[in-house]
Write a protein that binds this ligand. Sequence first.
Ligand code: FNR
Length: 383
Amino acid sequence: MAVITTIDDLKRLHKRRTPKMFYDYCESGSWSEQTFRENTSDFDLIRLRQRVAVDMSNRSTASQMIGEEVALPLALAPVGLTGMQRADGEIKAARAAETFGVPFTLSTMSICSIEDVAEHTRKPFWFQLYVMRDEEFVDGIIERAKRAGCSALVLTLDLQILGQRHKDLKNGLTAPPRLTLPVMADLATKWRWGLEMLRTERKTFRNIVGHAKGIDTMDSLNEWTAAQFDPRLDWEKIRQIKRKWGGKIILKGVLDVEDAKMAAEVGCDAIVVSNHGGRQLDGALSSIRMLPGILRAVGDRVEVLLDSGIRSGQDVLKALALGADGVMIGRAYIHGLGAMGEAGVTTALEIIRKELDTTMALCGKRDVADLDRSVLLVPEDFE
Ligand code: FNR
């Protein structure tokens, strides 16, 4: 591919260069994938108002998220197995985010450990926690995130039970991949990926390996997740985790107004309006559709971030103009990583910033802080 100008270009390269098992893990939703599809198509329903004759000479996308200065109000979302998309993927994504000036979130389900990422970066990153049945593990990992200087804990609330993703089951998703005949045939065409993997030490779940009892004997990642994740997570447990962490906390996976109110009551620095990128409750409405109602309920009490479906700077603009304080992106940067490693993540961020900046100007606004509903035409059935 000669010139890369869109996230979709990166997605095509990602598909060509990464084992099918991991590309599919990224580019899929649960069950019928209705929510996965609508997360993106609902953004297209919101239209923009073109404005003219406004001085556009000085523009800025700089902002703040939970008190941190950011080059644009966007953070890299936690993505499990990032180190399987590309060797040392978490380190590469964290470095790209740091250089660009946006937060990176390390997933509990990472290949590179908290310490690996801290060793290769200078600024603090965010750490995402999944609550496991093993409390010692949870306490231990909170301590490790504190020691590594992580500046926020992102507590994910929408995955105590895994939404079934057919592709992962059919592909027999494991990390590292089990070398079956179809996997080997696929890898033969993606030898660069294999070569890079062979050169790094980080090929397993280093982050959770002390705790990941049985990951080597389980048939699939799905089975392992079901055995490890704690299905009893409730608001009391969230309060306990908040106390143990003691720092800034972001509650991720809130999609309902009532849950948003509870999150604000428990106390948090931000919530992420998210349906996990359409990977959990299929049939749920898109995040962008749920955003206005949640903002009305808690927007004056907590910062409200949004993820699920963002593939362009225009999508970012729409979320901000509706009132979100910032966004997270998942697949958009993973496509960059799978396509071109660290440079690909930087490319994804540059594409999004340029689209945001240009769209902002054509809508007659010079600063992301000035974006409001006046630049949008929103369908009536958005909450
Ligand atoms: C995720 N997501 C996720 N979330 C989380 O809290 N912990 C995790 O380990 C993961 N893992 C993960 C893997 C993959 C491959 C994807 C695509 C997503 C969800 C993620 O943080 C975010 O909510 C979505 O990716 C947002 O949707 P978009 O931007 O991908 O459409």
